[in-house]
Design a protein around this ligand. Structure first.
Ligand SMILES: [Zn+2]
Length: 280
């Protein structure tokens, strides 16, 4: 299905990927009793109305983390499950201007004109805490929350053991941003080692960007990179993202493809490598 602001396609029997204007992605998972929306895009246009066209089930919203391109429709639904550590940032960074600014900063040639009234305003919402180990039961489909602090302190990923899939938000991908105020590389590595403990239960990760799944091997790949960053043996290529300087652990092309064939990459800052450098 396609509208002015959203596109959707089925990726699994009961799972629909929905993308927004900046290519940001969320997932609608339909159980027998209710549907779960994992993430909420940037809030340009009504995602709630779009989802209503896709399912008649009651919809619950859960956020992988609090960034502008994942939370927009939370302000339409008026409630969301989110890790407690990411609740303050939801309001501090999630205002309408920041969300619109993000979408406009992305290449979207030929995209629709965005009018001020298209942007979902930020309003107080009910936040329900969800933590590591919590299970969301949709009737016939169960999703297990796994806490992966790194990209943000409260980043969560969701494992569907039956489908052997993890919905991973921005927790680990080909352009994992670790310089935006989340955990140190040292703590991120610890979180990834825990996540790697689920290797037997999962084949692929579907994340918040990129249009396709990545194999679970991206997790051990990223663990290795963290170790190299800590040892000072990574490529440490100067780069930037959205105008903020960072170092990339591995050489890559403009499309975030590594030259050495690996998948994971990490953009980091030298003042956020070790636990002791960061005050929680
Ligand atoms: Zn993010």
């Amino acid at each position: 299905m396609e509208s002015k602001f959203f596109k959707s396609r089925k990726i699994l029997d009961r799972v629909t990927l929905i993308s927004g204007l900046a290519g940001e992605q969320c997932y609608l998972i339909e159980g027998e009793e209710k549907a779960l929306l994992i993430d909420a895009l940037s809030g340009i246009g009504s995602l709630k109305a779009f989802v209503r066209e896709l399912t008649d089930l009651p919809v619950e919203l859960v956020l992988t983390h609090n960034h502008v391109d994942h939370i927009g429709a939370a302000f339409e639904y008026g409630k969301a499950l989110i890790h407690p550590k990411d609740i303050p940032g939801l309001y501090e960074m999630g205002d309408a201007a920041s969300r619109l600014g993000f979408v406009n900063s992305q290449h979207r040639e030929g995209g629709p004109v965005i009018r001020p009234e298209d942007v979902v305003p930020a309003t107080p919402i009910r936040t329900y805490p969800i933590e590591d180990g919590d299970v969301l039961d949709l009737g016939g489909i169960r999703l297990e929350a796994i806490h992966v602090p790194g990209h943000t302190w409260g980043s969560l990923v969701f494992l569907d053991r039956a489908a052997r899939v993890i919905y991973s938000g921005d927790a680990v991908n080909a352009n994992t941003l670790l310089f935006l105020g989340g955990a140190s590389i040292e703590e991120y590595r610890e979180a990834l080692i825990r996540l790697n403990g689920f290797a037997e239960a999962c084949d692929v990760l579907w994340g918040g960007h990129g249009g396709m799944s990545v194999p679970f091997s991206i997790v051990p790949d990223a663990i290795e990179l963290c170790g190299e960053i800590m040892a000072g043996t990574d490529d440490a290529v100067p780069g930037d993202f959205l105008g903020r300087p960072a170092l990339y652990a591995r050489k890559k092309d403009p499309f975030f493809r590594r030259f050495d064939g690996g998948i994971a990459n990490i953009a980091y800052s030298r003042d956020r490598i070790w636990k002791h450098q960061i005050r929680k």
